[in-house]
Design a protein around this ligand. Structure first.
Ligand code: UFG
Length: 323
């Protein structure tokens, strides 16, 4: 299948591109390199430098390559920033993506698979969280993803464009060549590893008084290759709608720090800090729908393996993609 990957130079997009190529698919990466890295793009992919906000560039890419499917990863992802500059998120994550959907409709793309997020649920009441849980985002980032999901549904109703919105929980881990390299880094696992490497003094634990067994927030960490598998299944499937993607197992912030200590063999000093605004105490996925409807079988069920894969990547690329 020929697949256009918007945002294929980012963390999950580059891992997914590699996964698709390994399985014999043809991939065209469209990325503005605002956050992504040119070196993250697998050399077997065709690379197009362009911004989704440029309708001519988007239309030209889709018209020239005529992909059967599009995977849309291109987005800003900083929850905190989205609460300071919501316009940046609605403009980029919502408005710019319209160009991609219009080009998909104009050029007969069969299916769009969209990177959504557990952040659409806000403070969920049901744990583990099924897709039927009400969507009430508590930050502009989650809202931007939810609006785009709703737009996709309208493009389905009006234009017959098939789509699947994959609601990721906490993406983690790495492949041999693709890993997580954000600037600035705000995610827990890479930050804890930076402490283990001696690049940061300590990791701040944001809140130790949550109603969880050790008082720190619980998240559902899912290996990036397992996410990639779900994208291909969603592209192949006729099924539409939203799918939660998580392991179904929760790990606290302290669990993650302990796992990084074990995997790396380095001490990780911590500083107990205030809660980070907008953090739900516990996010764990009920991914029954993805397993049953898409036939998704995540392969990495141990947090130790996930952290180990990330650590291997960091040792191979100590400066990330900025060599
Ligand atoms: N945390 C710390 N210290 C840090 C960084 C994070 O204690 O230095 C804590 C956070 O407060 C949170 C947990 O570690 O409790 C995980 O935080 P991340 O920033 O790694 O991830 P989030 O759960 O906040 O967000 C991630 C993605 C979002 C997505 C969400 C869905 O970044 O895009 O998962 O679950 F929406």
């Amino acid at each position: 299948m020929k697949i256009l990957v918007a945002g294929g130079a980012g963390y999950i997009g580059s891992c997914c591109t590699e996964y698709l190529l390994d399985r014999g698919h043809e991939v065209v990466v469209f990325d503005a390199l605002l956050k992504g890295h040119r070196d993250a793009v697998d050399p077997r992919a065709t690379f197009l430098l362009g911004h989704l906000g440029d309708p001519a560039a988007v239309t030209a890419a889709v018209a020239a390559h005529r992909p059967e499917g599009i995977i849309h990863f291109a987005a800003f992802i900083e929850v905190g920033e989205s609460m300071q500059d919501p316009g940046k998120y609605f403009r980029n994550n919502v408005a710019c993506g319209i160009n991609l959907l219009d080009a998909a409709v104009a050029h007969g793309v069969r299916k769009v698979v969209f990177s959504s997020t557990a952040a659409v649920y806000g403070m969920p009441r049901t744990i583990p969280i099924p897709e039927s849980e009400p969507t009430r985002p508590v930050n502009a980032y989650g809202e931007s993803k939810l609006i785009f999901e709703r737009m996709l549904a309208w493009y389905g109703t009006i234009h017959g464009l098939q789509s699947a919105a994959l609601r990721y929980f906490n993406a983690a881990g790495a492949t041999e060549r693709c890993g997580e390299d954000h600037d600035p880094e705000s995610h827990l696992i890479p930050i804890v590893m930076q402490v283990a490497e001696g690049k940061r003094d300590r990791v701040r634990i944001f809140g130790t008084d949550y109603p969880t067994p050790d008082g720190t927030c619980i998240r559902d960490y899912i290996h990036v290759t397992d996410l990639a598998q779900a994208h291909l299944l969603a592209l192949d499937s006729e099924e539409c709608g939203s799918f939660n993607l998580g392991s179904g197992t929760g790990h606290s912030v302290r669990d993650i720090i302990d796992t990084v200590r074990e995997v790396t063999g380095h001490p990780v000093p911590v500083l107990e800090a205030e809660r980070r605004p907008g953090d739900p105490p516990r996010l764990i996925s009920d991914s029954t729908r993805a397993r049953q409807v898409l036939g998704w079988h995540p392969e990495h069920d141990s947090i130790g393996d996930i952290v180990e894969s990330a650590w291997r990547w960091r040792r191979r690329f100590p400066d990330g993609y900025r060599k």
